[in-house]
Design a protein around this ligand. Structure first.
Ligand code: HEC
Length: 506
C-alpha cells in the first residue's frame, strides 16, 4: 500500500482540511447593507391636499467579524466541528485535535485541551460526546470517543482499534461509527452506548466495505453517510438503530460514471425543515484535489433532489439560517441558496482558505469555523434590523378625486405581530411546558423567549415552497401527533404562508 493510498477517504478529507491553502490576502470586515424595505404606508386620500405621511423604513444590515483566532496559530488548522453548548457558547473542534469553548457574549475563549482529530459532537443530557480520529498525519492510532461532562471534565468513553470515529445521538443513545481509511475495502462498524449503560456495546453492526464520514438522527433512526472504502467509489448511506442497520440505495451521484479516479465523500449531513440534507465532494484520490461538489436533499430517504452543485469547489458545511440554506465552501466562500435555487455569495465574508463548519447561534447570528490564513478561526455573521420613521413627500392629487383612493400597501407580516399570536392560540398548549414528551419537544416553544421561538419556527419553513413547510404540513394535520389544528385556506394558514413568502420577517 503506497503513501498515496494512505491519503484516502476521510484521511483524504483531512488532507483537504489541513492541506496548504492557496488564498491569501487581507481580511475584510466591511458591512453589507441590504436595500431598505418599506413597510407601512400611505393612507387613502380623497382631498386635493393631504397631511404629510410618515413611513417606517426598516434597514437590515449584515456584518461579519472574527470573534476567535487561534493563538498561537497552527498553520492549516481550522474549526471543523461546532456545537452550541448553551446560548452564545460554542464548543469548537479542530482537525489537529484542539477543543475550545468560545463564549460569544462574554468574548472569552477557554482552551479545553488536545484530543484526536475532531469529527463531530453529540449531546446527550448534560454530556457532550466527541468523535475523534488519528488520521495518517497523527500517526494513525486508535479512534476514540471522549465525553465532556456538564462541568467541562473530559474522559475517554470508547477506545476503538479503527482509526477514525464519528458520533451522533438518537434520544439518549450515542452511536459511534468507526472506519479505517485504507482504500482496501475495509468495513466500518457501529457501536452503541444506551442511556443507562456503563459500557459501550462495541461493533454491534458491520457496514461492509465503506467509511462513514458523518451521521445524524432523523425520523427516529440514525442515518450514517460516507463512501466506498476504495480508491474510486460513490456515496454510501445506512439507516437503523441498535444492531439493525440497512443500506439506503438510489442516492444521486456527481461522479463521472465508471471513473477510475473519482471518490465521492460526505462532508456534512443535517436535518433541515424536516428533510435530510447531505453535502458531498468528488475528489481525485491520487492527487487529492477537488473535482466538484453537490448537495442533495430528501423528504423520505428514497426520493432525492439535487439542491446545488459546486464545480471545482467543495461544500464543507450546511446550515439553515433566516429561512435560507447557507453553504460553507473549501474555497473560503460562504453562499446562500436564493429563491430560484442559485448559490449566491455572501458579501463581506472574512478571507479564509476554507469554510469548514457552520451553525446558527440564534435568528440573527450564524457562525462559520474556518481555516484562517494563519490557523483556526471562527467568523460570525450578524444581522441587525433598525427601524426609523421618516416623513415622506405628500402625495399630490390633482382635480376632484372623490372616491378615488390609493390601495394601501400590504403591511409586512412579522413574526412578533402576526405569527406568534397564532402559535400561542393554536400550538403552545401542546408545544410548550416543562416536561414535554420527546416527540412534541422536537418543536419546543417557550412563549417568553421570542428569539428561540422565532429560530425554531423559521427552521421549519421552506421558503422555496412555503406550503410544503413542516410548520404548515404538521399544523394542517399531515402526520401530526396533534392532528389538524389549522385549516388549509383559513386566515391563520394564509398569514403563515404570506409570512414565509415575505421572508419570515422577525
Ligand atoms: C393537541 C396537541 C398539539 C397541538 C395543539 C399542536 N401539536 Fe404539533 N405536535 C404534537 C405532537 C404529539 C407531535 C409529535 C408527533 C409528530 O411528529 O407528529 C407534534 C409534532 C409537531 C411538529 C414536528 C416536530 C419537529 O421535530 O419539528 C411540528 C413542526 C409541529 N408539531 C407543529 C405544530 C404547529 C405549527 C402547531 C400549531 C399550529 C401544532 N404543532 C400544534 C401535538 C400538537
Amino acid at each position: 500500500m503506497s503513501h498515496t493510498r494512505l491519503a484516502l477517504g476521510s484521511a483524504l478529507l483531512m488532507g483537504l482540511l489541513v492541506g496548504a491553502g492557496c488564498n491569501s490576502g487581507s481580511r475584510s470586515t466591511k458591512a453589507a447593507t441590504v436595500a431598505p424595505t418599506t413597510s407601512a404606508t400611505t393612507t387613502p386620500t380623497t382631498s386635493t391636499t393631504t397631511a404629510p405621511t410618515t413611513t417606517t423604513v426598516t434597514t437590515t444590515t449584515v456584518a461579519w467579524d472574527t470573534p476567535y483566532t487561534a493563538t498561537p496559530a497552527i498553520q492549516n488548522d481550522s474549526l471543523i466541528a461546532l456545537h452550541l453548548l448553551a446560548p452564545d457558547q460554542i464548543l469548537a473542534g479542530s482537525p489537529l485535535g484542539q477543543i475550545q469553548l468560545i463564549d460569544l457574549a462574554a468574548g472569552t475563549v477557554v482552551s479545553e485541551g488536545s484530543y484526536g482529530s475532531v469529527s463531530a459532537f453529540a449531546a446527550v443530557g448534560g454530556n457532550v460526546f466527541i468523535g475523534t480520529g488519528q488520521p495518517f498525519f497523527m500517526q494513525g492510532g486508535q479512534g476514540e470517543v471522549f465525553v465532556r461532562d456538564a462541568q467541562g471534565n473530559y474522559t475517554v468513553s470508547l477506545d476503538h482499534p479503527l482509526t477514525a470515529i464519528t458520533v451522533a445521538a438518537l434520544g439518549n443513545d450515542v452511536y459511534a461509527f468507526a472506519s479505517n481509511y485504507t482504500g482496501n475495502g475495509d468495513a466500518a462498524t457501529v457501536s452503541q452506548l444506551t442511556a443507562n449503560a456503563v459500557a459501550w456495546s462495541q461493533d454491534v453492526a458491520t457496514l461492509p466495505s465503506c467509511q462513514i464520514n458523518k451521521a445524524v438522527a432523523w425520523r427516529n433512526e440514525i442515518w450514517a453517510a460516507g463512501s466506498d472504502n476504495l480508491l474510486s467509489g460513490g456515496l454510501r448511506l445506512f439507516r437503523g438503530t441498535g444492531a439493525n442497520f440497512t443500506e439506503v440505495t438510489g442516492l444521486p451521484s456527481a461522479r463521472t460514471p465508471n471513473s477510475a479516479n473519482e471518490l465521492q465523500l460526505v462532508t456534512d449531513i443535517q436535518v433541515i425543515n424536516g428533510e435530510l440534507y447531505i453535502s458531498t465532494v468528488v475528489t481525485d484520490p491520487t492527487v487529492g484535489n477537488v473535482i466538484t461538489g453537490a448537495i442533495y436533499r430528501s423528504f423520505d430517504g428514497s426520493a432525492w433532489t439535487t439542491v446545488a452543485t459546486t464545480p471545482n469547489d467543495s461544500p464543507m458545511a450546511i446550515a439553515q439560517h433566516q429561512g435560507t440554506l447557507f453553504v460553507g465552501l473549501i474555497s473560503g466562500a460562504v453562499q446562500s441558496v436564493d429563491s430560484t435555487g442559485t448559490l449566491v455569495a455572501d458579501t463581506g465574508v472574512p478571507t479564509s482558505t476554507g469554510a469548514m463548519s457552520m451553525i446558527e447561534v440564534d435568528a440573527d447570528t450564524l457562525v462559520v469555523g474556518v481555516r484562517g490564513t494563519a490557523g483556526a478561526e471562527l467568523i460570525r455573521r450578524v444581522t441587525t434590523v433598525a427601524t426609523t420613521t421618516v416623513a415622506t413627500a405628500t402625495p399630490t392629487t390633482t382635480g376632484t378625486t372623490t372616491g378615488t383612493t390609493t390601495a394601501p400597501a400590504m403591511p409586512a407580516i412579522t413574526y412578533t405581530a402576526d405569527v406568534k399570536p397564532i402559535l400561542v392560540a393554536r400550538c403552545t398548549s401542546c408545544h410548550s411546558g416543562t416536561s414535554l414528551p420527546a416527540a412534541v419537544a422536537g418543536y419546543p416553544l417557550t412563549i417568553t423567549n421570542d428569539t428561540a421561538d422565532y429560530a425554531e419556527t423559521v427552521n421549519r419553513t421552506n421558503p422555496q415552497t412555503p406550503d410544503a413547510s413542516l410548520l404548515l404540513t404538521k399544523a394542517t394535520g399531515n402526520a401530526h401527533g396533534g392532528g389538524a389544528v389549522l385549516t388549509v385556506g383559513s386566515a391563520e394558514h394564509t398569514t403563515l404562508i404570506q409570512w414565509i413568502q415575505g421572508g419570515s420577517v422577525r
